[in-house]
Design a protein. Structure first.
Length: 139
């Protein structure tokens, strides 16, 4: 399913919950308990209030395509092209966005404003969050 065979991310204390939460089907995003804002990418200090009270929490895994591009360039020898690279805005907070791949639909079906949901693809100990069309209307 993954559009390429790029190197896997390095796990750090701050990023491990994000990259491994998929094992339990959970998209884990860091959240500041002082100001309640989500922080992504995860970091040890809240950029909004400077608190160190940051902890990963499970989010819905639903969002909207804020932007996307279709990659046609074969950057690695075994890379499968074309594929969609999308910027997904999570429904929990407008400025929390994840860069990922949009999958399980034709390339030409990608659209800004499209509702999507997370799914995970396992690679070793990493569970990559990918997004696919969300069939729910949200009503």
């Amino acid at each position: 399913m993954l559009a390429n065979d790029a190197p896997l991310p390095v796990l750090t204390p701050e990023t491990t919950p994000f990259w491994t939460g998929g094992e339990d089907g959970a998209l884990m995003i860091a959240r500041c308990s002082a100001c309640t804002r989500y922080v992504h990418p995860p970091q040890p200090i809240c950029p909004h209030c400077l608190s160190r009270e940051i902890a990963p929490v499970r989010v819905s895994g639903r969002g909207t395509v804020a932007s996307f591009t279709v990659n046609h360039q074969r950057w690695l020898p075994d890379m499968r092209v074309p594929f969609v690279i999308a910027l997904i805005e999570l429904e929990e907070q407008p400025d929390i966005r994840i860069t990922t791949n949009l999958v399980n639909q034709p390339i030409e079906a990608a659209a800004i404003g499209q509702r999507v949901r997370v799914l995970f693809e396992r690679h070793e100990d990493i569970w990559l969050p990918l997004f696919e069309p969300d069939g729910e209307t949200g009503e």
